[in-house]
Design a protein around this ligand. Structure first.
Ligand code: HPA
Ligand code: ZN
Length: 336
């Protein structure tokens, strides 16, 4: 089964590119850009990744991102992740980026987006991995700031498929971003938002009703409300669940407590994702291994999760069909 999990073609739908910054590259970029890190060694960095909640992670994550300065830095970051995709049999990925983390340090929007999209193009040509890019607003900042970011993105509209919402959930409800989501929808962007990660399940309802999102990122708090569970099932709303992230950030005490299997059995449209793999101790296959081992998943469960990832992606109907055929061909070959 581990071999089956490793090799089955997959899509990843919840991945922060800044969260793929491995300590080794962090050191290299710090050196390249003459930036002094707080840590003396890779071991010291990894020891600092001892999170107690979402905020304790975000503080370190934003601090790490300060080594990203030039277009080449963003390119290298992105291409390294695409090599991990290859290792993890990810054939399609939808990547988040947080422009405000960088523009607030006077890095130009075009530096960020050109570095990332050039790597994505090379990833397509050299590795055969297709991708989409989703721009996230930082929810601890104001809606006015989000509007400014949307305005900066307008020149690069054809490179960005959708809008997302991340950072500190508690105290920053979806309603804070109602107007900017309405504007983004008018401009033709797809809409997603982190909701119900460690904040209330009510934020999931609000992301659906107020922001009109097409997908919910995380959404694991839904299990605490039956009515919402029923709604998510009826709407077959995609939920991009990130198991290792959830246990590292103490949303669940350990993997045995994770509710993804419960959500799957209830009939929800759940997918598996790695969120910030360099910080949470594993890429996509590691996330699958962790839930497979701890939650007694069947082969059918794995197949459902994988198929959900393609069905819930923002690719064309034709490409979905092509990728789902690749999955079926793989299953047939593996079973025979
Ligand atoms: N939650 C909120 N914001 C984030 C995350 C997350 O899991 N990862 C990176 N930014
Ligand atoms: Zn996330």
């Amino acid at each position: 089964m581990i071999e089956f999990i490793n090799k089955i073609p997959k899509a990843e739908l919840h991945l922060h590119i800044e969260g793929t910054l491995e300590p080794k590259l962090m050191f290299e970029l710090a050196k390249r850009n003459n930036i002094k890190l707080e840590y003396k060694s890779i071991k010291e960095i990894k020891n600092a990744y001892n999170f107690t909640n979402l905020q304790s992670f975000l503080d370190i994550y934003y601090s790490g991102a300060k080594v990203l300065i030039t277009e080449q830095d963003f390119y290298d970051l992105t291409f390294e992740y695409l090599l991990k995709c290859k290792e993890n049999s990810i054939i399609h990925t939808e990547i988040f980026f947080d422009p405000q983390t960088h523009t607030s340090r006077n890095i130009e929007f075009k530096t960020i987006i050109n570095g990332i999209t050039n790597a994505l193009e090379d990833g397509k040509n050299e590795l055969g991995i297709s991708s989409k890019l989703i721009m996230c607003f930082l929810r601890h900042l104001s809606q006015e700031d989000a509007f400014k970011t949307l305005e900066q993105a307008s020149k690069f509209k054809e490179k960005i498929i959708g809008i997302g919402l991340d950072s500190s959930e508690i105290g920053n409800p979806p309603s804070k971003f109602k107007d900017v989501y309405e504007e983004a929808k008018k401009l033709g962007f797809m809409l997603v938002a982190h909701a119900g990660e460690e904040g209330s399940y009510k934020f999931i309802n609000d992301a659906l009703d107020i922001l009109k999102v097409n997908r919910i990122d995380h959404g694991v708090q839904a299990v605490y409300n039956n009515k919402l569970m029923q709604r998510l099932k009826e709407e077959q709303m995609a939920l991009t669940v990130c198991p290792l992230s959830n246990t590292k950030l103490k949303v669940f005490e350990n993997m045995k407590q994770h509710t993804i299997k419960q959500m799957l059995d209830f009939g929800l449209n759940v997918t598996v994702n790695s969120d910030d793999p360099a910080y949470f101790g594993g890429y996509l296959n590691d996330n699958f291994h962790a839930i497979y081992k701890n939650l007694d998943l069947s082969k059918e469960d794995i197949i459902t999760l994988v198929k959900n990832s393609f069905n819930s992606s923002f690719i064309s109907k034709e490409l979905k069909k092509e990728y789902l055929k690749k999955v079926d061909d793989f299953i047939a070959k593996h079973t025979s």
